[in-house]
Design a protein around this ligand. Structure first.
Ligand code: ATP
Length: 445
């Protein structure tokens, strides 16, 4: 590359820093190499198809205006070439480009439009969509955590699908951390660590599921650390999922924990009743079935915290109905699911049951809970009870307030919000509240 061209490109970059949207230069344009300026056409070498598409769709117009405005060139062309790139990077990029797109292993059912958005997953969904729309720019890494079967994998695959749909050349790799570990071990055993590195460090989007399984695996953590740095430095998108927030993953190096927190950490909570109903309806519709509303409600109410189980129950009643040639009714569903749903004849949850169970867990009397005494422990117990009353019963804020010795509905609302916030941050508290909810449900007769 000649010096004149190089200097001109530096000038363009410094103008672009001022005139083009934030991130355009540092993230995208800096990856380009000027290769020629002939007949007024400035040709730039870009590292891969993915970057080319990003620049073309987002910044090429602005870039063209900059160079024509300054009389430097009349047109800008982007080529995915390798001549100007050297060494290992060049070989790896060439190999990656020549190879057919890797089997991406994405579940064909996990798209954004098959994902039901509710209060419990709204933020994780919005963050995932933002990442899919602007990979490497919005939040990097995106770290999604939450309990079993709540939709983390679904969102990761949806990100992968979306990117492949909009940027067909993008290299998307999805793997569980176990697969990452196993591939590393086998690469070491077979002297293929270079191939391993090329596979995981030469991607545009890396999706790693269940990252908590890296705990105690020191060499895998070491390798993942370098993979992470290499991708992050190159502004490639990383998405991670875990069953707990980064700080709660035990036996994992601090330098990894801090990197996991660099972008956005977001959680998914168990879905509320309305979301569970909507998920069941969507899944049934997807399979081409209409399930009676009362049966949907019955399932949603009795399988509260794991969407995978909810889906399993739906599949089972569809299969049983077909095999037995019987209609889908609550009675039949209860029979077909009796090993999952213990209590076919249980009554609804009452606020009194919640008050009893919460008071005894925290070591208070129900009367204390209803009183206006405000010691920190008592206030917390009262707020948990109000939150559970809101979650597990159909009572209004006013009705809950009345059950706590005529407290105002804004007090109840404040309590619910406070506990919701706490559950997002505090895993121990979440466990306690989940256990209390389970105890309340199973105390129904
Ligand atoms: N909001 C949702 N809308 C539609 N389906 C959902 C939603 N959340 C979860 N599911 C479905 O629930 C099932 C379990 O979800 P997924 O595998 O993504 O859970 P996970 O959080 O990754 O669980 P694990 O921690 O066990 O890996 C999937 O079939 C998924 O499609």
């Amino acid at each position: 590359m000649n010096d004149k061209l190089n200097d001109m490109w530096k000038e363009v970059l410094s103008m672009a820093r001022e005139k083009l949207p934030q991130g355009a230069t540092e993230i995208w344009l800096k990856t380009c190499l000027p290769i020629s300026l002939e007949g007024g056409i400035l040709t730039l070498d870009v590292p891969n198809v993915f970057v080319k598409e990003q620049i073309q769709s987002r910044f090429l117009g602005g870039l063209r205006e900059l160079v024509t405005g300054r009389g430097l060139a009349r047109e800008v062309e982007l080529v995915v070439g390798t001549e100007m790139r050297d060494g290992e990077q060049k070989r790896a990029e060439t190999a990656a480009r020549q190879a057919p797109p890797p089997p991406d292993g994405l579940n064909p059912n996990y798209y954004f439009d098959t994902f039901v958005v509710g209060k419990s997953n709204r933020l994780a969904h919005a963050a995932s969509l933002a990442v899919a729309e602007s990979p490497g720019v919005a939040y990097n890494p995106l770290f999604i955590w939450g309990g079993v079967g709540l939709g983390k994998t679904h969102l990761m695959h949806a990100i992968g699908h979306y990117i492949l749909e909009h940027l067909p050349g993008a290299r998307v790799v999805y793997a569980s951390s176990e697969k990452f570990t196993n591939e590393l071990i086998s690469a070491i055993q077979n002297n293929k660590t270079q191939e391993f590195k090329a596979k995981f460090r030469n991607v545009d989007i890396l999706l790693i599921d269940d990252i908590q399984f890296l705990a105690n695996k020191e060499s895998t953590q070491e390798e993942f650390f370098h993979t992470f740095n290499s991708l992050h430095n190159a502004k490639r998108q990383i998405v991670l999922s875990s069953d707990r927030p980064p700080k709660e993953i035990q036996s994992i190096e601090q330098r990894l924990v801090s990197r996991f927190e660099w972008g956005l950490v977001t959680d998914i909570q168990p879905p509320d009743l309305e979301t569970r109903i909507a998920i069941l309806q969507k899944k049934a519709e997807f399979k081409g079935y209409t399930i009676p509303e009362d049966v949907v409600y019955f399932l949603a109410q009795n399988i509260p915290s794991n969407i995978r189980e909810l889906e399993g129950a739906l599949n089972r009643i569809i299969a049983c109905s077909q095999l037995n040639m019987e209609p889908i009714t609550i009675e039949n569903a209860a029979e077909w699911l009796k090993d999952i749903i213990k209590m076919q004849k249980v009554g609804p949850v009452s606020i009194e049951m919640i008050q009893d169970i919460v008071a005894s867990h925290f070591g208070f009397d129900v009367e204390d809970l209803k009183s206006s005494k405000r010691t920190a422990d008592l206030a917390l117990a009262r707020q948990v009870a109000m939150y559970l009353a809101r979650e597990l019963t159909e009572s209004s804020l006013q009705q809950i307030g009345m059950a706590f010795n005529k407290k105002d509905h804004t007090t109840v609302l404040h309590a619910c919000r406070k506990i919701e916030e706490m559950l997002k941050e505090d895993v121990k508290m979440k466990k306690i509240v989940d256990n209390l909810a389970d105890n309340v449900r199973s105390s129904r007769e």
